[in-house]
Design a protein around this ligand. Structure first.
Ligand code: NDP
Length: 295
């Protein structure tokens, strides 16, 4: 299969590209910079979609970049880098003479309202209560192609855990030094997924004819994982203590109040449709997932 991946040069994209190539598929990235096996967004807009069987979008400015101050300009970039890239790919699919068979967009579990108790499946309501939920709604709306023969899949991802990027790369050093700990109260749910499973779900969605709709990209044990459990397990995997909580005020000071919600609150998300679709998780449990990542 020939697969075009927007944002395929990033953390998740690198894992997905490796997996797809190992399964014999050809991958072309869409990037801000053209290069080998890579076209630019401008080339895509001008020349249309290259001949392909499937399209994925993973593009997006890193929301938790601590070096970017939370403000209007950063928020606009967060929205633009997701919604406009998704619209550009959706238009390219709609205009293609030979449309691809599958179109997958990875969004986020920020769609669901943070709660210490509620459990959410793909059928649960959400998408209209804060910046992140409205972001996911417009992102998923941008992916819709009315009347298209291309089947559409949305994977709502939790915090992606893997080596060399994402959340773990930001927190591993304090933990390695024995200075890590829970964020805020530590009681908030921590919806997580191992990067190989997120890549696996996207690949499963591309390869399984007839699969369409929304799939939660979280591990099956994620509803039972709190931020405190995660801190304890990460410290245990590293053989270090996890004694020093990061106070809520410090998180708000570093990230800004609106963005700090992502760390200080969380959702219990169940991958109901994902499991029903036949996907079998490689890392359903946190200790094994973390051992694999820190080893
Ligand atoms: P990355 O931060 O690695 O970014 C992915 C790619 O997006 C980059 O390689 C880059 O490609 C492109 N990109 C970055 N900033 C911009 C920008 N301002 N404008 C246009 N393109 C940009 O993301 P991940 O791989 O971690 O995540 C992939 C997708 O999954 C993202 O949309 C993210 O929101 C979503 N997601 C990720 C989670 C996580 O924990 N990592 C959790 C939930 C959802 P290039 O430089 O080639 O243009």
């Amino acid at each position: 299969m020939r697969v075009v991946v927007g944002g395929g040069t990033g953390f998740v994209g690198t894992a997905l590209t490796q997996l797809l190539r190992s399964r014999g598929h050809e991958v072309t990235h869409v990037s801000r910079r053209a290069g080998k096996d890579r076209i630019s967004w401008e080339q895509l807009s001008q020349s249309g979609l290259p001949q392909c069987d499937a399209v994925v979008n993973l593009a997006g400015e890193n929301v938790l970049n601590p070096f970017r101050r939370w403000g209007d300009a950063f928020c606009r970039e967060i929205i633009r880098s997701r919604v406009e890239t998704t619209k550009t790919l959706a238009k390219a699919i709609a205009d293609a003479e030979q449309p691809p068979h599958a179109w997958v967009v990875v969004t986020g579990v920020g769609y669901y309202r943070p709660s210490p108790t509620a459990e959410y499946t793909e059928d649960s309501p959400g998408g209209d209560f804060d910046f992140f939920s409205r972001l996911v709604s417009s992102w998923e709306a941008a992916a819709l192609i009315p009347g298209s023969p291309t089947r559409g899949v949305v994977v709502r991802s939790g915090v992606v855990l893997g080596q060399g990027g994402g959340a773990i790369s930001q927190m591993i050093w304090p933990f390695r030094l024995g200075l890590g700990g829970p964020v805020g109260s530590g009681l908030q749910p921590f919806p997580w997924i191992h990067i190989r499973d997120l890549a696996g779900i996207v690949c499963h969605a591309l390869e399984t004819e007839g699969l369409r709709g929304v799939f939660n990209g979280v591990s099956p044990s994620s509803p039972a994982t709190s931020n405190g459990t995660f801190a304890r397990e990460l410290a245990a995997a590293l053989g270090r203590p996890a004694l020093l909580p990061m106070p809520a005020w410090a998180v708000r000071a570093i990230f800004g109040a609106e963005r700090a919600v992502m760390l200080l609150e969380g959702q219990k998300v169940v991958p109901k449709h994902t499991l029903e679709s036949g996907y079998s998780f490689i890392f359903p449990d946190l200790p094994e997932a973390l051992k694999d990542i820190v080893s």
